[in-house]
Every structure is written in structure tokens, then in C-alpha cells.
Design a protein. Structure first.
Length: 408
């Protein structure tokens, strides 16, 4: 159904049928996020085919509008190839710091609907709306309200899928793009899933699809017929999970921050929409994450004594590096300086797809800003006063009221 607006009508079984214990899980995916942001910021681009990416001999397309995707252009495609498929289409350079800021704003809007929000990437999230939507009874209107709020606040389209599991919600949203909304009731889950090819299930890539095809498993309905024991033999330890997901029985829950127990650490991370080794882009992301983490820690009146950075490379290898501090801190300047130093020391010219910053060994006592041995002991009270003023302004007027110049 991609490329067509999905029907917003709830189809299938009557409300209440097969819903007694089912969760109502909502998956929201921003439509062609980078291109949509560029169009929202510049209405001249509204009806123009658009790509976002870098040019030159090694240029790569990181996003394309749906009319351009229809010509065969895909994310990650070399720019030269994309230009041959869609000649004359406008190509804009990516502005990741803007996309990250708008993404953060969208997550804040979602948090006004329910506190059970789990970001999955810069442009998608899962919400457990069981209580707020009264199960599936109010799921349709709940989704419509979210879409209207995001469009009114940011002038951005999004697609929403709602189902009894995360797996179903994500597949539904993928099938409902662009700007769609569809609800799959629990009683309709298997009828929806079983005709689909196995590759529609997250976790099944080309190699796994080849293995399944070799034994005659081509649809999710075929997969659903196999026992856990058979799937372990065929696919290893991931087999039973994939089998349960194909039957609409996946028990994955939405993990909101409040559900994670007493915090022993606090962190902030983001998945980049495209792999990059561009330092100005990475620097702006680190600065944004540092500000967000520091602000959250000061609101909670905690600080940390061990800094940690998390880096995931374009080959999905993930590393973490840490540094113990002489005293606890919740200063964004200190966090950013540590992040930049550890990043440069451990990444080199490799491309990354995710980065995160965090502080461990939390302390509830009021923290002094860490000056990183710069000999500025006497400046601490002044920075504390400045940060306190910044926090008060943000509390009253929103987090975007005060920003570092490099994030503007």
C-alpha cells in the first residue's frame, strides 16, 4: 500500500472481540522525514520532487520524497546513480542538527499523550496507548489526534500503525505510508500477517529468507506452522521469537523511561538517519545530546562521576568508552568536552550510525560544573548561576528558548 493513503477506517472484527488482554501498541513513523522537514521550512519546495544528500564523487542520498522513490531512488544510493534515475531533481545538503531538534520536539508532543513512549530512532517511536485509548475502542481517534497535533505543530506528515504487538504495529505502519493510519484488531492479526512474505518481519534479512525459502517457508503463515524446536534447528536461538511474531504472539512491550527502575545511570542517544563521518555534523549531535542530558540531570537534581560514550559504526559494531571524573558533574560543557575527546580518540575516519552520551555513578547532591583541569576553579559559581538561569528560562518557555550558537 506504500504510495497510497491508507484507509483510516477500523476494519475487521467488532470492538471487543479477542481483545480481553491485548495491549494497544502504536507505531509512528515520520514520512520521508528529512525531505518533509525541508519542505516545512521552505514552502517553495512543497510540491517539488526532492532528495537530501551529499554531492560529489562519493556523494550518497540519505532521503528522498515519495515521488522520487517511485523512480527507484533508495536511501544510501550513490548520488550519481540517483541523478540518473531522477534527473533534474533538487538535492539539498542534510542538516542533521535541525532534524535532531525537530525530532526531540516530536517526542515531547508524543509524551503529552502517554508517558509510555519508546523512541526507536530519530523519526519513529512506539507508544503503549492501552489505558489512554481504552484498549482498541478509542485507538482510531487517538491516532488521529496524534497526527493532527504533529501536523499543526510542525507541519509534518506521519504514518501510524496500531496493533496488539510492536511487530504488527510496525508492519501496519510500513504498509500504510504515506500519511496513513490503520488499526489491526487482535482478532484480525493472523489474517493480516499470514499472507505477507517473510521478509516483512523485522529480523529476517536476505540470508534468513534464503534459508526459509529452502524449506518452503515463503509467507508468515508458512512460518507460523513450525514449532519452536523446528525453528531452533533451522534458525538458531532467534527462531522461536520469529515464529511467535509470525503468529501475532510477540510479547515485546514498550519500555518507557519510568519503567526502567531506579536509575544507576542517565544517558541520551540518537540513531542517525544516515551513516556519516562528517565531524561538523557529529559535533552538532554531540552538543545537542550533551545539552539534553545535562538539562535532564539538573531537573532531577543529580550528577554523575563517570562519563560514558556509546558509538555504533556503520557495520553495526558498537563500542563504549568511559572516563572517571575527579568530581561529579551535570554541566553540558563538561559532558560535551568529554564526548568530543573520547570520540576523536576512538573513531578515526570510520562512519557511525548511532552515538550516545551518559553519566554513571549518580549522586543526588548538588553538582559543581567540572572544569576539566582548565584552572578555572574561581569560575564555577558564575557557571552555576548561568546554568540556573538557563534552566529557569527553559522551564518557563521550553527547551528551545536557549540554545548554543552552534545549534542555531
Amino acid at each position: 500500500m506504500e504510495g497510497e493513503r491508507a484507509s483510516s477506517r477500523v476494519r475487521g472484527s467488532k470492538c471487543g472481540e479477542g481483545m480481553t488482554d491485548a495491549r494497544a501498541i502504536l507505531h509512528i513513523d515520520m514520512d520521508s522525514f528529512f525531505c518533509s522537514v525541508e519542505r516545512a521550512l521552505n514552502p517553495v519546495l512543497e510540491d517539488r520532487p526532492l532528495m537530501v544528500g551529499s554531492t560529489g564523487t562519493r556523494g550518497v542520498i540519505v532521503a528522498a520524497s515519495y515521488d522520487v522513490k517511485a523512480k527507484g531512488v533508495q536511501q544510501g544510493m550513490p548520488t550519481g546513480q540517483a541523478q540518473r534515475l531522477a534527473p533534474g531533481v533538487t538535492i539539498l545538503p542534510p542538516r542533521h542538527k535541525i532534524y535532531t531538534q525537530i525530532s526531540a520536539g516530536i517526542f515531547k508532543v508524543l509524551a503529552t499523550f502517554t508517558d509510555r513512549v519508546e523512541p526507536a530512532s530519530i523519526d519513529e517511536s512506539y507508544l503503549d496507548i492501552t489505558s489512554e485509548a481504552h484498549g482498541f475502542e478509542g485507538a482510531q481517534s487517538f491516532g488521529e489526534s496524534i497526527k493532527a497535533s504533529i501536523r499543526d505543530r510542525f507541519r509534518l506528515p506521519c504514518t501510524i500503525g496500531i496493533g496488539p504487538t510492536r511487530v504488527i504495529a510496525k508492519i501496519v505502519s510500513a504498509h500504510s505510508k504515506p500519511d496513513g493510519l490503520r488499526v489491526i484488531l487482535p482478532g484480525d492479526a493472523r489474517a493480516f500477517l499470514h499472507p505477507l512474505p517473510v521478509r516483512k518481519l523485522g529480523g529476517i534479512g536476505p540470508r534468513t529468507e534464503e534459508i526459509l525459502s529452502g524449506v518452503g517457508i515463503r509467507t508468515l503463515g508458512d512460518l507460523a506452522q513450525y514449532t519452536d524446536e523446528q525453528l531452533v534447528t533451522l534458525l538458531g536461538k532467534s527462531g522461536p521469537y520469529l515464529g511467535a511474531a509470525s503468529r501475532g504472539e510477540s510479547a515485546d512491550s514498550v519500555v518507557a523511561f519510568a519503567d526502567r527502575g531506579e536509575a544507576k545511570s542517565m544517558s541520551k542517544e540518537t540513531t542517525l538517519a544516515y551513516d556519516t563521518d562528517d565531524w561538523p555534523t557529529i559535533e552538532s549531535v554531540l552538543l545537542f545530546l550533551s545539552e539534553a542530558l545535562a538539562s535532564r540531570m539538573r531537573k532531577s537534581k543529580i550528577s554523575g562521576r563517570t562519563f560514558v560514550i556509546k558509538i555504533r559504526f556503520d557495520d553495526f559494531k558498537t563500542i563504549t568508552r568511559s572516563k572517571s571524573l575527579p568530581r561529579a558533574t551535570n554541566s553540558e560543557g563538561a559532558i560535551f568536552s568529554l564526548a568530543a575527546d573520547l570520540f576523536r580518540a576512538n573513531v578515526g575516519d570510520r562512519k557511525i550510525r548511532l552515538v550516545g552520551v551518559g553519566l554513571h555513578h549518580l549522586d543526588e547532591e548538588e553538582a559543581l560544573p567540572l572544569e576539566l583541569d582548565l584552572g578555572l576553579e574561581e569560575e564555577r559559581p558564575k557557571e552555576e548561576e548561568t546554568l540556573a538561569v538557563v534552566d529557569r528560562i527553559r522551564s518557563r518557555y521550553g527547551d528551545d528558548a536557549v540554545k548554543k550558537a552552534r545549534l542555531l
